[in-house]
Write a protein that binds this ligand. Structure first.
Ligand SMILES: Nc1ncnc2c1ncn2[C@@H]1O[C@H](COP(=O)(O)OP(=O)(O)O)[C@@H](O)[C@H]1O
Ligand SMILES: [Mg+2]
Length: 257
């Protein structure tokens, strides 16, 4: 449960990243704790996805420190990040659209038979079991992912992450294309992961979802850390006010310039 005396599992300190002239992250701090859901909230383009891609090793930061379970990194490779238990569902999902559900769940770790042949039957059976256990409903799991709805694709990407395992899960806008019922199921799944002591990092635009599920909120604006607090000490109205104030500060700065 949330306490402020707990040590963070993930801590990112003074992280910076520029893409050419675009300063995606200027001075970002972030912490996440075991057995908690930490939400990252900020407008479009504020650097949320860049931050988590630095944690998963997809992007190399220009400066700053990344601490995972007490180990310090200046940058990570994807392999190192996975070794530390980090698993992510990216905003763009990174599914292979030509493959079916099983093809995606087992992408890069296909099950074989006789050591040389792909074991399609086993992969399909295990995929069915996995989806059932996560209460994810995909009527035809044999169709290629490109024929599935946005919500079904998101659910599949989440199932793949859960199957991959790890103890630090990152979900970047994981339910943006889902209906209410599907979203509720996924939120329940996140709560189960949390109860198992996993660290959940959730990026979401849906403030009500954030307040419903998170223990802690980290606010980012224009690549900079704004504030971090326990969810129970805030409200959607307070958070909305904070974001709007930051936006006004920024436009004042631009006008002055
Ligand atoms: N690979 C990239 N190349 C160039 N600019 C990028 C790249 N990735 C992100 N950016 C820019 O960095 C800023 C932050 O982007 P992003 O982290 O995706 O924000 P968010 O996820 O909060 O919407 C944006 O201005 C975006 O256009
Ligand atoms: Mg993003």
């Amino acid at each position: 449960m949330s306490t402020d005396t707990q040590k963070p599992i993930v801590e990112m300190r003074h992280v910076k990243k520029a893409f050419g002239y675009v300063r995606a992250l200027e001075d970002m701090n972030f912490s996440a704790y075991a057995g908690e859901v930490t939400a990252i909230v900020g407008d479009n383009g504020s650097g949320k996805s860049t931050l988590i891609k630095i944690l998963t090793g997809c992007i190399k930061p220009d400066a700053g420190e990344i601490w995972i379970k007490g180990k310090c990194f200046f940058s990570l490779t994807v392999k190192q990040s996975m070794k530390e238990g980090v698993t992510a569902v990216y905003q763009d999902l990174a599914l292979d659209n030509c493959k079916d559900c099983a093809g995606n769940i087992f992408l890069g770790r296909e099950l074989m038979k006789y050591g040389i042949l792909l074991d399609h039957v086993q992969m399909r059976r295990k995929t069915e079991e996995l989806l059932r256990s996560l209460h994810i409903s995909i009527p035809d799991i044999t169709q290629p992912v490109e024929k599935m709805s946005g919500g079904q694709r998101q659910a599949l990407a989440i199932a793949r992450a859960v199957y991959a395992g790890g103890d630090i899960f990152i979900f970047d806008e994981p339910t943006s294309a889902m209906g209410m019922k599907e979203t509720a199921r996924i939120m329940k799944l996140f709560m189960e992961l949390k109860k198992e002591g996993k660290t959940i990092i959730l990026i979401s635009h849906n403030l009500f979802q954030v307040f419903d599920i998170s223990d802690r909120i980290c606010v980012i604006h224009n690549g900079r850390f704004v504030d971090s607090f326990l969810t129970k000490d805030s409200s959607p109205q307070k958070l909305h006010k904070l974001i709007v104030e930051k936006e006004e500060e920024l436009s004042d700065e631009k006008m002055a310039w």
